[in-house]
Design a protein around this ligand. Sequence first.
Ligand SMILES: Nc1ncnc2c1ncn2[C@@H]1O[C@H](COP(=O)(O)OP(=O)(O)OP(=O)(O)O)[C@@H](O)[C@H]1O
Length: 578
Amino acid sequence: MRKDKDFEKFNWFLKKYIYPQRVKIAFIVLLILAGSSIGNLSPFLYGKMLDSIVAFDINHLMRLIIIYFIVTVGTTILSIFEGYMGKMVSFKIVKSSQRDLFNKIVRLKASAFEKYTTGELISRLNGDSEGVVSFLLDVITSILNIFINMSISLYFVLKISIRLSSVSIFYIPASLIVTITARKSFKKLAEKRKVFNDKYFGYINEAFSNNIGIKCFRLEKKACKKYDNFISKELDIEKHSMVLSGIIQMLNTLISVISSLYIIYLSGILIKGGLLTIGTMVSFNTYINKLFASISQILGLNISKQTVSVSLDRLISLISEKSEDMEESEKKLKDEPEYVHVCNVSFKYKEDSDAVINNLSFSLDSPGFYSFVGKNGCGKSTLAKLLVKLYDVDSGYMEINGIDYKNCSIDSLRENITYIQKEDFFLNDTVYNNLSLANERASSDDIYGACRMAGLDGFIDSLPDKYDTIVGEGGSTLSSGQRQKLNIARALLKKSKILIFDETTANLDGKSEKNVISILKEISRHSIVIFISHKVSSIVQSDRIFLMENGSIVDSGTHEQLSEDNYTYRELFKYSNT
Ligand SMILES: Nc1ncnc2c1ncn2[C@@H]1O[C@H](COP(=O)(O)OP(=O)(O)OP(=O)(O)O)[C@@H](O)[C@H]1O
């Protein structure tokens, strides 16, 4: 059963990534075979040269030297060419599997994304496929060669002396026992190393991306100490690996030494009895070593398979995660959306956690400025995420323009709903390119116009390279208010009929907030604007405010109505100024 599983996963990888390169791989195999067939002549020639020296046949020795020189140069040229081609093919296969993995990762469902840390994903993307590809290519390109080497060596070994070849009766079973015993330990070690790498990359990513927090809380020492802990854990793994390799190496050396000494002892007896020459003894030694090297290569591949199988499991488990495109539904929004209905919706992030959205219902049937307010953690942002189908509801029903969310294509939904999330989303690119992410079709004039409306034109003009200024990783060179204004400009560029803003005015100064709200009010004349905020000054002009508590909507109305009728609402904004 286990074997079948292993076969299945290796077969899957072979078919998907190695098979498309079959012609080049076949050519590499041919090069290897040609190289090793010529190379196999060397020990034979060497033995003959020694015998010519002993026989004082200098003319024959000269001929043999010339042939030996040609054979050596020829094999080297073939091996350089084969090495180059091998690297190219391996690069292509690794990159094609990494491309697929990257495509998969960026399309993972938000819920699947939460299962892995960033470091874990980086570790799987970079570390796992390379190991698998190099192992499989190694097997494919060397297996034939190994068997040819084995057959040729075996032929010469048996031809030179059957009595000397009896050493194999000890060597082969002894080596097999060592390999089989070592396999399990190497697999366990590989699993341990992968888990370590995931945590290590996760920590590095965390430490670098939180560098300001680390500075502010004076955590540099702690951060370095934690890094030292990682080093000592890695050292433990390395030690374990070295001890294991050391033991295996020791056992293999013992097997080899015993075999060699046995050969020398027996050769002595045979030479004394005139049954063997010094030259043939040297040739025999070289061929038997080649034979043993081929056997140990096969056994080595068997051990590597255990390590690679761990990498392959990790690749497959990531590839088999649910991605959004796997669930892409057929129904597309034909027209621009005009209404959204949410009926008795409930949702929890994890199976075993409490519901974050509880029997929530509301309808937005016409353009307007709709605000969602409530205490921290009451589920406002979660609701926004459900509205763009980042998560699927557990129960209840959501529809947009008559299409059930369950059947509505994610592409068409997100094309028609602009969601400006609370967390910043900026690439380390120019201001211009960051803006055009919202709408690739937007012209320069559209982009300049949107920035003017968002109150950004003065600021952008003051930048050294204006719109070509690089904003830094995550927009780190911009202030939080400037980032929010850029987000408003993005929303203006996307021009959709439904817009969701999650705390988009939280960091704006009074004047900028007023400007942004008046723009959004203007947009809300023909679009549905959903606005999440803790600032009463941002929501006071809303056409309707939904008050949320524990994942449900408990009341709704205008600011005046709620202020008058609802105690919770009054308490919520008790300390805010309008
Ligand atoms: N990815 C997640 N996985 C698990 N739980 C989550 C996740 N995101 C949010 N939560 C939990 O869901 C609840 C609602 O969070 P949500 O962000 O929707 O609240 P909110 O009303 O927007 O809060 P705030 O006003 O503080 O922004 C919280 O208890 C939070 O801990």
